[in-house]
Design a protein around this ligand. Sequence first.
Ligand SMILES: NC(=O)c1ccc[n+]([C@@H]2O[C@H](COP(=O)([O-])OP(=O)(O)OC[C@H]3O[C@@H](n4cnc5c(N)ncnc54)[C@H](O)[C@@H]3O)[C@@H](O)[C@H]2O)c1
Ligand SMILES: [Zn+2]
Length: 407
Amino acid sequence: MSTPAMSRPAGLNPGADLPKPPGLHWNVRAKQPIAYSVSMVRGLLDLDNPALAHACGGGQGRPLRSLLVIDSVVEALYREKFEAYFEHWRIEAIWQTVQGDEEAKYLEQAVRVTEAMTRMGILRRAEKVIAVGGGVALDIVGFAASMYRRGVPYVRIPTTLVGQIDAGIGVKTGINYGHHKNRLGSYFAPELALIDPEFLRTIHPRHVANGMAEIIKMALVKDSALFELLEVAVGTVTPETLAGCGSTLSDVLSRAISGMLDELEPNLWEQVLERSVDYGHTFSPSLELRADPPLLHGEAVAVDMAICLALAHLRGHLAKSDIDRALRLLVGFQLPISHPIFTQGLLEEALADAVKHRDGYQRVPLTRGIGSVVFVNDLTPEELGQALEFVDAWKTAAESALVGATI
Ligand SMILES: NC(=O)c1ccc[n+]([C@@H]2O[C@H](COP(=O)([O-])OP(=O)(O)OC[C@H]3O[C@@H](n4cnc5c(N)ncnc54)[C@H](O)[C@@H]3O)[C@@H](O)[C@H]2O)c1
Ligand SMILES: [Zn+2]
């Protein structure tokens, strides 16, 4: 390192002794390895299960405290179990609740979590923040943890299906700001994500379908075996069967999780903007924000996927028999495949927005057969209109076939 000049003759223009262009410059380069694990753990709150105690830093021989930031609905359902567990493992839990649901995903909640850290006087490395809840709670707590002292360690315990196969296992955090979803956020890996399907016993059935949409997405873009498992499981997936996690559903969850991690790992910071996990996420953000009554994220993704299936079919990437299977699967999981506000105009507008998000190109993932993906950059407004018509016609034909079958 050097400085441009040590002394300067009096009266000279202060800039005169700076070097001429191109001047001096310094490059700084650093690398930060990211490592975290995702574990599926049955009976996470069973007293003899050490997984959570270890995640809190248990076993180090000093008195232990953790900040437990928990979705308020989950607190109401599971508080006693958490208390018994922490008492058994002699961990002092400092409780802080956050509210789930999309309308509550605001900055104030993240700030409140940081205030709880200050009140507790959390030790910067030894004491962990334990985030428990659905995707909303996890995104809020992850964001707070990434801001507090520029980063304190945290552990994720996702309690919804979306949380367990998507929101809880990556590195993104965030909150909504203004009318924009996840407008403020960070990439901040947890130390660990602990997944216990038992929490799914109490989720609302609509949230089962919501999570299944993301699992169907993974099947369509990269895992035809998962797609076949889903065809077998359709009609049997409920909060109870998910919690029971028999062999088919355990396969479904683990394939969905490993498929997601395979996609995320080489591209954690999204430097590559052609992401197959963006399948179903091109048109859905506009729909999700505008539908009234509101659609859940996975429901909007399902409507988007139906359009993308039709686009792929119309381009010759997907056989008629495969689009029939895929649309039947979405409908079988009680997911919508169309929406009255999803017009050609809205699709065009949504695509224009996606182009900004994807740095100037459409980069729309479409299925090529079931289980693989192709990216396109040349979708036309006419094609969007034709895809809408295709889905509408398919839906009408399916409904009349159903009526015919029941007469
Ligand atoms: N960070 C990421 O990579 C990522 C990925 C996907 C989605 N997300 C985000 O996740 C959010 C959606 O998450 P979500 O679908 O889990 O919604 P959510 O967190 O709002 O949870 C849905 C509802 O279920 C309740 N709940 C949570 N666990 C429960 C349980 N075990 N029993 C009963 N009720 C329970 C919550 O209180 C809430 O009312 C969105 O904001 C989305 O942006 C983030
Ligand atoms: Zn999604």
